[in-house]
Design a protein around this ligand. Structure first.
Ligand SMILES: *[C@@H]1O[C@H](CO)[C@@H](O)[C@H](O)[C@H]1NC(C)=O
Ligand SMILES: *[C@@H]1O[C@H](CO)[C@@H](O)[C@H](O)[C@H]1NC(C)=O
Ligand SMILES: *[C@@H]1O[C@H](CO)[C@@H](O)[C@H](O)[C@H]1NC(C)=O
Ligand SMILES: *[C@@H]1O[C@H](CO)[C@@H](O)[C@H](O)[C@H]1NC(C)=O
Ligand SMILES: *[C@@H]1O[C@H](CO)[C@@H](O)[C@H](O)[C@H]1NC(C)=O
Ligand SMILES: *[C@@H]1O[C@H](CO)[C@@H](O)[C@H](O)[C@H]1NC(C)=O
Length: 340
C-alpha cells in the first residue's frame, strides 16, 4: 500500500507529460481559419520610433503599395546598412491588379500595426502577403513559421481524402515549380465524386529557384496533411509560397461554399470522425481528472503520514513522561513536530 503507483512522484511527472502531449496533439487539429490578416512578428529586434529604419520602412511600404497596381509580385529595398529594409509582396495570381493594389495597401498598414517596431515581420491577407526584414531574404527559401489553417467545416473521412488527393497535389507542385510557362503558379481541379470538385492553388514567390519552389510546396502539403485534412478547405501560409484548396472554385471568383447543397461524404467516415473527437476531447479530460485525483491523493497521503508520525511521537513521549515525569521536554518536542 505504501508504494502504490499513485503516490509515486515519477508517475505524476509521467502523467503530466502525457497530458501535455495529448493536449498539444488535440490543439494541433484546432488550427482553424478565422479572419485575415494573419501575422508573424519575430519580436527579436525592435526599432526606435522616428529612427532611420522606420523612415526607410515607411518609404518602402508606400513604394510597394504603388507598385502593386502594375505587378502581382515585387521586392525591393530602401536605405543603407545598418538601417536597410528589404521587403517583398505577393498577390495571388487569380486577382486583378486593382485588387492587388488595394490588398497591398491594406497589408502595408496592417503589418505596421500588428507587428509594431519589428524589424522582421510578415502578414497574410485574404488575397496577398507582404513581408519585410532588416536581413536580405530575397531568393532564399524560408518555411520556418509556416501557418497551416483548416476551414471550420470538416469532411467526413480525412484518411481516405488524403490518399485520393496527395498524389494529385504532388503533381500540381511539379507543374507550378518546373513548367516555365506557369511562372510558379498552378491551379487544378479534381473530381472527388459526382457532385464534388476539389479546387487547388499553388504559388511561389518568383525569386525562388524551381527546386526551392518545389520544396516549399511539398513542405506545404506535408504541413497541411499533418493537421488540416479534416477541413473542407485549407491553406498554408508560408513566407515563400502559398497553397490552398477548397470545394468551390475560389480562384474563379465563385461564392464561398455554403455547406448545404453539396455533401462530400466518403463511406466509412463516421467512425474515424468519432474516434478523433473521442481522442481529441475525452482523453485529455479524463487524464486531467485522473491527474487532479492523483495529486489530491498524493498530498493527502503525505499529510496523513505526518499525522501518523506525530501520533507515534506523542505515544513515545507519553511513554517517556510516564518514566521520567518531565513536562518541559514534552512541550519542546511537540512544538518541534508541529512547526518543524
Ligand atoms: C510578437 O508580439 C505580438 C504582439 O505584439 C504577439 O501577438 C506575437 O505572438 C509575438 N510573436 C512571437 C513569435 O512571439
Ligand atoms: C525573421 O525572424 C524569424 C524568427 O525569428 C527567423 O526565422 C527568420 O529567419 C527571420 N528572417 C529574416 C529574413 O530576418
Ligand atoms: C514597379 O515595378 C516595375 C517592375 O515591375 C518597375 O520598373 C517600376 O519602376 C515600379 N514602379 C513603381 C511605381 O514602383
Ligand atoms: C500524376 O502524374 C503522373 C505523371 O504525369 C500521372 O501518371 C498520374 O496519373 C498523376 N496522378 C494524379 C492523381 O493525378
Ligand atoms: C489531378 O487529377 C485530375 C483527375 O484525375 C486530373 O484531371 C488532373 O490532371 C490531375 N492533376 C495533376 C496536376 O496531375
Ligand atoms: C512544416 O514542415 C517542415 C518540414 O517537415 C517542418 O520543419 C515544420 O516545422 C512544419 N511546420 C508546421 C507548422 O507544421
Amino acid at each position: 500500500m505504501g508504494h502504490n503507483f499513485l503516490s509515486d512522484a515519477n508517475t505524476i511527472q509521467l502523467l503530466l507529460l502525457l497530458y501535455f502531449s495529448i493536449a498539444t496533439l488535440s490543439q494541433h487539429s484546432s488550427n482553424f481559419l478565422t479572419h485575415p490578416p494573419y501575422k508573424f512578428c519575430s519580436n527579436t529586434s525592435l526599432y526606435e520610433a522616428n529612427s532611420p529604419f522606420q523612415n526607410n520602412l515607411q518609404t518602402l511600404m508606400s513604394y510597394l503599395a504603388s507598385n502593386a497596381s502594375v505587378s502581382n509580385q515585387y521586392h525591393a529595398y530602401a536605405g543603407n546598412d545598418p538601417d536597410r529594409v528589404y521587403a517583398q509582396y505577393m498577390c495571388y495570381n487569380y486577382i486583378t491588379n486593382e485588387k492587388c493594389s488595394a490588398c497591398i495597401d491594406a497589408a502595408s498598414q496592417d503589418i505596421m500595426q500588428l507587428c509594431p517596431n519589428n524589424r522582421n515581420a510578415t502578414v497574410w491577407e485574404e488575397l496577398c502577403q507582404l513581408r519585410f526584414s532588416n536581413k536580405n531574404f530575397i531568393g532564399q527559401l524560408d518555411f520556418s513559421g509556416n501557418i497551416p489553417l483548416a476551414n471550420r467545416e470538416t469532411i467526413e473521412n480525412s484518411v481516405q481524402f488524403i490518399s485520393v488527393v496527395n498524389e494529385n497535389f504532388s503533381n500540381l507542385t511539379k507543374k507550378a515549380a518546373f513548367e516555365p510557362t506557369q511562372s510558379m503558379y498552378a491551379t487544378g481541379k479534381l473530381a472527388l465524386s459526382d457532385i464534388d470538385t476539389l479546387y487547388t492553388l499553388m504559388q511561389c514567390t518568383t525569386d525562388l529557384s524551381s527546386h526551392d519552389c518545389n520544396t516549399c510546396l511539398q513542405v506545404a502539403i506535408q504541413n497541411i496533411s499533418n493537421c488540416c485534412y479534416v477541413g473542407r478547405g485549407a491553406r498554408l501560409l508560408s513566407r515563400s509560397c502559398y497553397f490552398r484548396y477548397e470545394l468551390y472554385a475560389f480562384y474563379e471568383g465563385a461564392a464561398e461554399y455554403s455547406g448545404t447543397q453539396k455533401v462530400y461524404n466518403f463511406p466509412r467516415g463516421k467512425t474515424l470522425t468519432i474516434l478523433k473527437i473521442v481522442l481529441g476531447t475525452c482523453i485529455p479530460t479524463v487524464v486531467l481528472a485522473f491527474l487532479t485525483a492523483s495529486c489530491i491523493i498524493y498530498f493527502r497521503r503525505i499529510s496523513r503520514k505526518e499525522t501518523d508520525e506525530e501520533k507515534s511521537h506523542l505515544a513515545f513521549l507519553q511513554e517517556l513522561r510516564k518514566s521520567s515525569g518531565s513536562t518541559l521536554a514534552e512541550g519542546n518536542k511537540v512544538k518541534n513536530i508541529v512547526f518543524g
